[in-house]
Design a protein around this ligand. Sequence first.
Ligand SMILES: [Zn+2]
Length: 165
Amino acid sequence: MDQVTCGQCQSGTLKRRLVSRGGGAGQWLGLLLMLLAAAGVVYGGFNLFITLRGTNETGQDVEAAVRSTLADAGIPDYLTEQIFVEGDEETTELAGLSAEQQALFGEQRLRYLSTNLGLDFYQAMSGGLYFLITGLGLVTGLTGWLLTRRRVFRCSSCGALFDSI
Ligand SMILES: [Zn+2]
């Protein structure tokens, strides 16, 4: 954009600015949208935080329970660790265990995996929903803010406002 000289003081140049609308329906609608958006962001953000934190704690609880159950059965720690290593399905080392220990190991492994899958699904569903609410809140808030503003041209020297140039 070419520089346009101010018609008021004849010395400053005009710059694009967003200024308050100063009343009117658009301003009130904008403020209402911003209030709704703030509520949405707080609600969505808070629940997103709770969801992610809560499920992690539950997942850790199951992991701790599996650890102590297998330790009580006399299964070595390095074998138990295999359950928590993602994608590691190596079970040949279990040959040294008794039949009861092997059965318990498989059972606890399934317990951990199924709990984790359930949590991941729950986490993805509710986390995604709250993430969406938070995102919509941010977009709505920005829209509301823009509604309370109007685009003008402001003189960098004397501060005069012009609707158009
Ligand atoms: Zn001026």
